[in-house]
Write a protein that binds this ligand. Structure first.
Ligand SMILES: Cc1ncc(COP(=O)(O)O)c(C=O)c1O
Length: 352
């Protein structure tokens, strides 16, 4: 009962207003049309159990990302895989280490399995490797780093990740959560897959909910060293991924041109939104994901007034007070007209 329930992004505004949901970092472009077709085709086989090993999907992931099939485990959203990892490796008396504004589900799962979450302070809203390493104890079992992080949108470089890994004892698992990794296009950024393939204690978590546009189907995957993949396969439920998710995910991951298109669209509008919001005097945390974290003043133009103002217009951002960021709102990238509407609304709000 001590767990504060996870509250998803809001999706309602007052009646008669067109709702633009910018609260859950979903892609406004939707999935690849090939994924939608595959999903529809799966409707013919609803009376059959899915393949419990999700082999077609894992083969498609293995091909697109040049990874060995046997190290891939799929889950009912990456949330499920986060939970399975904590279930397998951290329990009563153990510690799970995260950064100050790390994704909330790490803490929720840690608490649900009796482990304690230790948070390391961030510097400029970025994971601070030294602060993380300083908080390691003999009880630490898993270190979670979302890279890029939600809700900040910031990232740590390949070198910083390597330094964090080098400072961990070999029995501590480094879980690199790449929910937004497909959007990243910085030369000093790396997905972590290379590190995972050359280590025995690094796992990479990925989702189909963001750039692949399949949030509704609940689908994620994990690259894990053999021993960890084996443990997770023993405790997951036998048919944890639905046939529709397997079908759609297989088509989506093969459609790399669609992913490239979605990335280019997103990154253009992240840069535009950042620039325009800076122009009206708002501080925007540099983001390499599909959302921006915007800081509001402490006067009448504060974040809750901005949230109310936007919501009245049907533009729904995410309040992030539960992440320890009460002065901020997180706003997902929308279609061109949505992004323009956000800038117009916040321009009017700041003048009001
Ligand atoms: C960093 C991070 N990890 C994991 C998830 C969970 O994604 P999924 O929909 O695959 O459960 C999210 C969703 O917002 C996220 O932001």
């Amino acid at each position: 009962m001590g767990i504060a329930p996870y509250v998803g992004g809001k999706s309602k505004a007052k009646e008669g207003v067109r709702v633009v949901k910018l609260s859950s970092n979903e892609t406004p472009l939707g999935p690849s049309p090939k994924a939608r077709d595959a999903y529809e085709a799966a409707a013919k086989y609803l009376h059959r159990y899915p393949d419990g090993t999700a082999t077609l999907l894992r083969e498609a992931i293995a091909k697109t990302y040049s990874l060995p099939l046997e190290n891939l485990v799929c889950g009912n959203g990456s949330d499920e895989l986060i939970g399975l990892l904590v279930h397998a490796y951290a329990g009563q008396g153990d510690e799970v280490l995260i950064s100050e504004h790390g994704f909330l589900m790490y803490q929720i799962y840690a608490q649900s399995f009796g482990a304690v979450t230790v948070k390391a302070p961030e510097k400029d809203l970025r994971t601070d490797v030294d602060a993380m390493l300083a908080r390691l104890t003999p009880k630490t079992k898993i270190v979670f780093v979302a890279n890029p992080n939600n809700p900040t949108g910031t990232y740590i470089t390949n070198d910083e990740m390597a330094r964090l890994h080098a400072g961990l004892p070999s029995h501590v698992i480094l879980a690199i959560d790449g929910a937004y990794t497909e959007y990243a296009d910085k030369p000093d950024y790396a997905t972590g897959l290379e590190l995972a393939q050359t280590s025995r204690n690094v796992v990479c978590l990925r989702t189909f909910s963001k750039i692949y546009g399949l949030s509704a189907l609940r689908l994620g995957w994990m690259y894990a060293p053999h021993a960890i993949a084996d443990a997770i396969n023993r405790i997951r439920s036998p048919f944890n991924v639905s046939a529709a998710a397997i079908a759609a995910g297989t088509a989506a991951v093969a459609d790399t041109a669609y992913v490239d298109h979605s990335r280019a669209f997103n990154n253009k509008w992240v840069a535009w939104l950042t620039h325009e919001l800076n122009n009206i005097g708002l501080t925007v945390v540099p983001s390499i994901a599909n959302f921006v974290l915007v800081k509001f003043p402490c006067d009448k133009h504060n974040s809750s007034a901005a949230n109310a103002y936007m919501t009245e217009l049907g533009l729904i951002p995410r309040e992030v007070g539960n992440y320890g960021l009460p002065e901020y709102l997180r706003i997902s990238i929308g279609l061109e007209e949505d992004n323009r509407a956000v800038v117009q609304a916040l321009t009017d709000f700041m003048k009001s």
